[in-house]
Design a binder for this molecule. Structure first.
Ligand SMILES: NC(=O)c1ccc[n+]([C@@H]2O[C@H](COP(=O)([O-])OP(=O)(O)OC[C@H]3O[C@@H](n4cnc5c(N)ncnc54)[C@H](O)[C@@H]3O)[C@@H](O)[C@H]2O)c1
Length: 352
């Protein structure tokens, strides 16, 4: 088992390994008497039952609530419905919620845990590669409101993150690839050697190599943890994690969420790198290399929408502050620059 310590204001461990049920249960605090398992019905129910049984054997009362994963899980309606069930179970502030699922379940479970009785302990158990490498760590929680993605949310760090790779082994190649998009993003913004590694040994075709998989997951978490620790509440340096996301979120919204998050991020990375190369910011050849890496990870890189259409979404981005939006521009693998652009000039900047 590998452990990464995330040194936020309330620090926590991220455990990475295979078959971590017993380890996770042994780390649950003694004061926890009840546990809610909020789980994506797409994951193998046997592992969820195994966790529930182990918690019960440890003296906890357990309630499992299954839900359908995907963006529809992150709605006000789903939040209200699940919170009501948790209320009826009378979960107290010393008890615990386990989020078991992909990034959508991490976002929902995190938001419920941060608001129910003004905060109960949260254990995140990511079951997609994307959630393992990104969404489970860092403490951002979110709900969507209609087309407005992640417009409601809070900062709320979990008490522990448990990445049991048995869940990830069960993913389809398509969902696995979506996680590769966030991994590639992390390499572009923080570790050129990871890009070299992914180029030489694409993770998608080597996904059964558990040592390699754990090594990549661990590296992504170390990079994200380092950034989050320096700016927990996203007032500056943490913006870098938004690489490929400003356009990615616009693509997701324009597709009415038919294009999934990871796939949209892959397209967003290509668009921003192309713009950067055209403007002479990114070093020549970066775009071609990026396209090859995305392709070898099963990701579509061609965006079906015109940049002018996407610009309309970007102008309404929730990260606009004081009439400006900070764009993250790749310069070379492992290095990006921050560029503050006036909202009134963003369309011109993206399209000219
Ligand atoms: N909070 C953050 O820091 C952060 C960071 C990145 C992304 N996100 C959010 O994460 C979401 C994307 O996450 P995602 O790609 O994991 O999406 P997801 O949660 O929708 O999962 C993708 C699909 O995989 C299924 N699934 C999950 N685990 C499975 C398993 N083990 N076996 C089989 N199927 C499984 C789900 O039911 C879903 O259909 C987006 O909403 C995005 O905004 C949040």
């Amino acid at each position: 088992m590998e452990i990464v310590r995330v040194k936020t204001v309330s620090p926590y461990d991220v455990l990475i390994g295979n078959d971590l049920t017993a380890e996770a249960v042994s780390r649950v605090s003694r004061s926890c008497k009840k546990a809610v398992l909020l789980w994506d019905e797409a994951v193998y129910s046997g592992y969820v039952a195994e966790l529930g049984n182990a918690l019960e054997k440890d003296g906890k009362e357990v309630m499992a609530i299954s839900l359908e994963g995907g963006e529809n899980a992150k709605t006000i309606e789903s939040y209200a419905k699940i919170t009501k069930i948790i209320c009826e179970f009378n979960l107290t502030r010393s008890d615990m919620i386990f989020g078991i699922g992909g990034g959508t379940v991490m976002d929902l479970a995190g938001f419920i845990a941060s608001t129910y009785k003004r905060g109960v302990e949260l254990v995140q158990m990511p079951t997609t590669l994307l959630a393992a490498c990104d969404a489970s760590v860092g403490g951002k929680t979110a709900l969507n409101l209609g087309e407005e993605k992640n417009i409601i949310g809070s900062f709320y760090q979990p008490s522990m993150v448990v990445i049991d790779t048995r869940f990830i082994d069960a993913l389809s190649d398509e969902v696995f690839s979506e996680g590769c998009a966030e991994i590639i993003k992390t390499g572009i913004l923080g570790d050129a050697s990871m890009i070299d590694m992914l180029e030489a040994r694409p993770l998608l075709e080597n996904r059964s190599d558990s040592v390699y998989l754990s090594q990549i997951i661990k590296r992504c978490i170390e990079i994200k943890a380092g950034i989050v620790q320096s700016d927990e509440r996203d007032n500056g340096p943490r913006n870098i994690l938004n690489l490929g996301h400003t356009l990615g979120h616009a693509i997701e919204a324009e597709s009415n969420y038919k294009i999934h998050h990871g796939q949209a991020v892959a397209m967003g990375l290509v668009l921003i790198t192309r713009i950067s190369e055209n403007k002479g910011i990114a070093e020549t050849g970066m775009l071609g290399r990026l396209i090859n890496i995305l392709t070898s990870h099963g990701l579509e890189w061609r965006c079906p929408y015109n940049i002018n259409v996407l610009a309309g979404h970007v102008e309404r981005d929730k990260k606009v502050r004081g009439g400006n939006l900070t764009l993250i521009i790749p310069e070379k693998f492992g290095f990006c620059v921050f560029l503050k652009v006036k909202v009134s000039e963003i369309r011109k900047w993206l399209t000219e």
